[in-house]
Design a protein around this ligand. Structure first.
Ligand code: CMC
Length: 777
């Protein structure tokens, strides 16, 4: 509290003169801070001539700091950040050293209790946390009540809160207000138990949120695996014998968890402190913090980064995007930080982990866009002058994507480790000297001053009053309407990315739209048959039944949007069913990649098929659907009958012809299938060709981990045989494939090789024969 200047001055004070009254106060400076309450002494009795009653000048000067730009709200011994120098320390230890030598759980102990654990403390702590990983089976029912397309963060927020309802002994409302603040052994024991529980169960709840959306049964936490290993196991285990997650990915995740464990009083930590200051139980506090983390300016930024990179698409679009950021139309997600005014030290560690992960999973094509964006931003004055540098989220999303996690799961991967930081700060606050003080900020009231109630009949509508927006259900339609307005004459191909509804960025499919918007609106509750074909007509009259001809693909424009609710709202249409099924399929691919990084070239395969076939302009919508569903059928339990039910007999027929009930990597079986291609439809062959092209291009750009030159060449040669068999069905696509094989090259360990060697004798070894059936060229 400040004192009047009549008292002796010291150098550790600040003198403030209120020019309104000439009053001077001297405020002590401790730890380079002054108490905001000192300013309450600067008051004007009564109401000044300029002031309003609501300014409360007689009650002292207020400190206005929206967004806490320069307000410290707590004294802490946990984490130190020097934003100018790019320093981050947990309890004094530099983050770089911890990332190199420590583990997530060891650093968690450090954050919670102040020092690194002794060997026995470490064992005990890890045991306690892991022992608390099981959740009550009643929670399973709760988790199952979420829809398949619920955002996993929404599930997690609710799950933390629900978890609290199982632990009445942790509830100050039931057990007494001083439950966690006395510091007695009993109280500390109780508090620690809740901490172990929350840290132990966080991965279990997160994994449940993941599995529920895939229709997979929940996995029980395994015994004998580390924290992140156990998490990966709960996410991915199906029914394999002795399944163990990839040690490379488990280690990478452990370091990522360590880096994310705490970050002083950030938005979500401030939330648990704010909520916790009321004395509520820690489960509710963690739920509140989790909700704060969900936002795209905070923990949701890693998800936003990937969506942004996909939106940019390729490095040449970066300058245009940068211009949009500078004109405030876009935000460069993953850049900037309230505290860091130079690079985020975590981002350096993360880039190193990224290399290790990419080595195992293959390089993500988006990395090129990310690098181009990163370099362009760092050179640009807009970012330099505002000291905006990449933060932790700029890179972490790329790693999570490479590991095969769906985008909307990224914030969950941030939330699980951050539970530790939240609880460390909560524990510190509960045990703070002087007891718990409720957090109750003030506001500056700028609203109307005193006025009398006006009866309804005497009221006129105020000008400038806001009106309720049109229902969001029409968003998709409005988007297309506005799009149509720009170019009314063109038939278009619209590629929709249903970002908000599904967890993966999926190119739904390609469809051509009628210039008539009405026909689309009529079809939002369409019957199951004919599916997307209803969007393909070129005239309103034929919109609900006809299939388009390939000629209308000529002038294609691609539109992407971040929402698709206009089509899916209410009575879920067959498009919704397709999306749902496709979402399953894509998740399966991601999941496979995490389990077996060598599978990476097959990621997003159905989408690739659809894209490549669309590129040829030779095919119609049914084939595109079939291309997608072909893989859906392979990768899910979906039966042809179900396809027929949802998509109609024509689609089912094509899918049936394409389906080979095995995974994409089972090349030998595919060959057998294609060998009988003479009996199959032309469309089926087109699908096969598109399929091949996509695989070959993927493999060409990134040879799968573990493949040597010989194996790669064998693959290309085998693919060539497929092309031979199918060539007549689609000459244009086949020509493209021939060029690929005859002139194509790939790079292996820095050396370039021909996809198909000039002479077959260039390929030696006996493995060829055993790998694929003998082929006579
Ligand atoms: N893209 C474009 N402009 C930006 C960005 C950005 N990412 N970040 C800040 N700015 C601008 C901002 O508009 C302001 O411009 P002007 O001076 O013309 O008004 C200026 O830079 C200063 O902003 P600031 O005061 O430094 O920003 P802040 O402290 O209020 O916000 C932030 C910090 C992290 C919310 C913000 O930088 C941002 O929105 N970044 C993108 C989201 C993101 O990556 N969040 C993850 C943060 S790190 C992980 C975590 O802890 O959650």
């Amino acid at each position: 509290m400040g004192r009047l200047t009549t008292q002796l001055s010291s150098s550790d004070t600040i003198t403030v003169i209120d020019n309104r009254t000439s009053k001077t106060i001297e405020i002590p400076i401790t730890e380079n801070s002054i108490p905001a309450t000192a300013f309450k002494q600067l008051s004007i009795p009564g109401v000044s001539s300029k002031g309003r009653e609501e300014d409360e000048e007689s009650k002292g000067l207020r400190v206005f700091d929206p967004g806490y730009m320069n307000t410290a709200v707590i004294k802490s011994t946990i984490t130190f950040i020097d934003g100018e120098a790019g320093i981050l320390r947990y309890r004094g230890y530099p983050i770089e050293q911890l990332a190199e030598h420590s583990t997530f759980l060891e650093s968690s102990y450090l954050l919670l209790y102040g020092n690194l654990p002794s060997p026995s403390q470490k064992i005990l702590f890890e045991k306690e946390v892991q022992a608390h990983s099981y959740v009550h089976s009643d929670l399973e029912g709760f988790m199952k009540s979420f829809r398949y397309d619920a955002h996993p963060m929404a599930i997690l927020v609710s799950a933390f809160s629900a978890l609290g309802s199982f632990h009445s002994e942790a509830n100050p409302s039931l057990q007494g207000q001083k439950l966690f603040t006395t510091g007695t052994p009993d109280s500390l024991r109780n508090m620690d138990k809740q901490i172990y529980r929350l840290i132990g169960k966080a991965p279990t709840l997160a994994a449940m949120a993941y599995r529920i959306r895939q229709g997979r049964p929940f996995n029980r936490p395994p015994v004998g695996l580390g924290y992140t290993e156990s998490f990966l196991y709960q996410l991915d285990f199906l029914n394999e014998r002795e399944y163990r997650p990839s040690p490379v990915l488990a280690k990478a995740l452990d370091v990522l968890f360590l880096l994310h464990a705490d970050h002083e009083v950030n938005c979500s930590t401030a939330s648990i402190l704010q909520v916790g200051s009321s004395g509520v139980d820690p489960y509710s506090g963690v739920a509140a913090a989790c909700a704060a983390l969900y936002g795209p300016l905070h923990g949701g930024a890693n998800e936003a980064v990937i969506r942004m990179l996909l939106d940019i698409g390729s490095p040449e679009n970066v300058p245009e995007f940068i211009e949009k950021v500078k004109s405030k139309q876009k935000v460069l997600s993953g850049f900037g930080h309230r505290v860091y005014r130079t690079s985020d030290p975590r981002s350096f560690v993360i880039r190193k982990i990224a290399e290790e992960v990419f080595e195992a999973t293959g390089r993500d094509q988006l990395l090129e866009v990310a690098m181009a964006l990163h370099d362009a931003a760092l050179k640009d004055d807009y970012f330099k002058s505002r000291k905006l540098y990449p933060n932790v989220d700029f890179w972490s999303g790329l790693i999570y994507r490479a590991m095969g996690f769906p985008f909307d799961f990224f914030p969950v991967l941030f939330a699980v480790p951050r539970v530790v930081g939240w609880l460390a700060h909560w524990r510190q606050m509960m045990l703070a000297q002087g007891g718990l003080k409720i957090w109750r900020p003030r506001q500056i009231y700028v609203g109307p001053t005193l006025r009398d109630y006006v009866r309804l009949e005497d009221r006129a509508e105020e000008s400038g009053q806001k009106h309720v927006n049109q229902a969001s259900a029409t968003f998709g339609l409005r988007l297309i309407e506005s799009y149509q307005k720009d170019k009314p004459d063109q038939p278009r191909q619209v590629s929709v990315i249903p970002l908000l509804i599904f967890d993966l960025t999926i190119v739904l499919t390609h469809y051509r739209m009628s210039p008539s918007v009405t026909s689309i609106s009529n079809n939002t509750t369409a019957t199951p048959s004919s599916s997307l074909s209803k969007y393909t007509s070129t005239s309103p009259a034929s919109s609900s039944s006809s299939k388009s001809s390939s000629s209308s693909l000529n002038s294609m424009t691609t539109v992407t949007t971040t929402s698709f609710d206009g089509f899916l709202d209410g009575n879920i249409s067959d498009v919704g069913i397709l999306l749902k099924t496709l979402s399953f399929s894509s998740q399966k691919h991601s999941f496979q990649r995490r389990k077996d990084p060598a599978q990476s070239p097959y990621i997003n395969h159905p989408i690739g098929v659809a894209n490549f076939i669309a590129e040829t302009g030779e095919t119609d919508i049914v084939v595109l659907q079939a291309a997608i569903l072909h893989d859906v059928v392979e990768d899910t339990e979906c039966t042809i009958d179900e396809i027929e039910l949802h998509f109609g007999p024509e689609v089912a027929k094509v899918v049936d012809e394409c389906s080979d009930d095995t995974t994409l990597s089972a090349c030998a079986r595919k060959l057998a299938q294609v060998e009988t291609a003479g009996h199959k439809s032309k469309r089926a062959q087109q699908v096969k060709l598109g399929d091949k092209l996509h695989n070959c291009l993927s493999i060409q750009s990134a040879i799968p981990v573990g493949w040597d030159v010989e194996r790669s060449q064998r693959y290309f040669i085998w693919s060539k045989q497929v092309v031979d068999l199918c060539a007549s069905s689609n000459p244009k696509l086949a020509a493209r494939l021939y060029t690929l094989f005859s002139e194509g090259t790939f790079v292996h360990r820095g050396k370039t090789y021909a996809c198909v060697p000039r002479k077959m004798s260039d390929i030696s070894g006996t493995k060829w024969k055993s790998y694929y059936p003998p082929v006579d060229y």
